[in-house]
Design a protein around this ligand. Structure first.
Ligand code: CMC
Length: 372
């Protein structure tokens, strides 16, 4: 009998030097550096460099990277025009997927697949995706799209382009840490999708478009949006009763559970603390308290831990970001990890092509249509 590993659970398909996860200990390490150190001390731009080069940048390299990102964050006018033409009620993740796919039309060197060029392409996407996300929001609100400010960091620039005013330091740091925490996570579903597409020697835009489409699903990046929608729906109801009813109806509680972690998701540790601080400082304690009650119930009764998506929802809510943009923020960060994996796949490629055990009918015959 063929052994089937449903959902590829536990299957190791390649070696990688980008990200280490110890699911039993709850450890997440980007290229040798523990996520806790990065969340406490790094800037997102340093993490982009770390994931792409497996080492931290020197000051000159970081300055160069920041200049590159600033210079490349403006979107082609035609991409903005396409975003304006899309239906106003289109899911923002679908708009992002469309915009990233469209960017390939404005790459003059699409045939050049040298590693250096691929890396520049990825960095350009790191710079452009925040501009796309902000533009999607501004356009659907009927507001002017705001051009990036080259003097700002990626996190600050995003908040500036989204809201139209310079953000304060607390908001920028919260955004920066959220970006750091979401940057990579091994062979998760969207990264795997990017690697599958890359393994056919398709182009970077196709790989990232595949990844965005995969991240969108509620079992993956789409969970953060659903968490906030759930909290808003709970409103004044008792959160524990709400969760009990959802579980009785065989519902999955978004923001809980993980394929790899058997203990606390180390990213949730930071996001919980940030959620508490931001909810308190913005008068949204209610949502933090509700989240805590749900977490305690899920921990005690179901033995299931919160994942990265649970507390990121209230962090973004406190920053005034609409719930249906949360998964786009995930993409804004994960593009760095996707990029690192795309490059790693190109460097040591083997077509990813698993097989299925066939259990369908056999020995059938073609019956002409008139006789069926
Ligand atoms: N709510 C209720 N029950 C759950 C949950 C949950 N969130 N997560 C796992 N379980 C139960 C599940 O029903 C199953 O029980 P049983 O063995 O009785 O059937 C058991 O725990 C094992 O779960 P599983 O779904 O088989 O585990 P998996 O590794 O296939 O799935 C998961 C992992 C993340 C898809 C799942 O935990 C889930 O659906 N969580 C909710 C969605 C979510 O928060 N996704 C974000 C994941 S982390 C960030 C990211 O990768 O994007």
């Amino acid at each position: 009998m063929t052994e089937i590993k449903e959902g590829l659970k536990g299957v190791v398909i390649a070696q990688s030097n980008i990200c280490f996860i110890d699911g039993a200990k709850g450890e997440l390490v980007y290229s040798g550096i523990n996520i806790h150190e990065l969340a406490e001390q790094a800037q997102f731009e340093e993490v982009i460099f770390l994931l792409l080069h497996q080492r931290l940048p020197k000051q000159s390299e970081l300055s160069e990277l920041k200049s590159f990102l600033a210079e490349n964050s403006t979107l082609p006018g035609a991409v903005l025009e396409i975003l304006r033409q899309l239906p106003k009620d289109m899911e923002p993740m679908a708009s992002l997927r469309t915009a990233v796919s469209t960017l390939s039309a404005f790459d003059p060197n699409l045939d050049n697949t040298e590693l250096n060029t691929q890396q520049q392409r990825i960095l350009k996407l790191c710079a452009q995706i925040p501009s796309i996300v902000a533009a999607i929001e501004r356009i659907r609100q009927g507001k002017e799209v705001i051009a990036p400010d080259p003097k700002l960091s990626l996190a600050a620039n995003f908040l500036y382009m989204l809201r139209g005013e310079k953000p304060d330091e607390i908001a920028v740091r919260a955004m920066d840490v959220a970006l750091i925490l979401h940057a990579d996570h091994g062979f998760n579903a969207s990264t795997f999708a990017a690697r599958v597409t890359t393994s056919t020697l398709s182009d970077v835009y196709s790989a990232v478009t595949s990844a965005i489409g995969t991240l969108k699903g509620p079992l993956h990046g789409g969970a953060n949006q659903q968490v906030m929608q759930m909290l808003l729906k709970i409103g004044d109801q008792d959160p524990v009763d709400f969760i009990k009813k959802a579980l009785a109806n065989k519902g999955k509680i978004m923001g809980f559970g993980h394929r790899v972690y058997r203990t606390e998701d180390p990213r949730a540790t930071h996001l919980r603390r940030m959620s508490q601080q931001l909810c308190e400082s913005t008068g949204q304690q209610k949502f933090f308290e509700m989240s805590q009650k749900i977490e305690q119930f899920m921990n005690n009764e179901k033995k299931i831990n919160a994942n990265v998506d649970f507390y990121s929802a209230t962090v973004y809510y406190s920053l005034g970001i609409p719930a249906d943009l949360y998964t786009l923020l995930f993409a804004m960060s994960r593009i760095s990890g996707w990029g690192a994996h795309i490059l790693e796949q190109y460097k040591n490629n083997s077509l990813i092509r698993p097989r299925a055990e066939y259990i369908g009918p056999r020995d059938q015959h073609y019956i002409p249509i008139a006789q069926r």
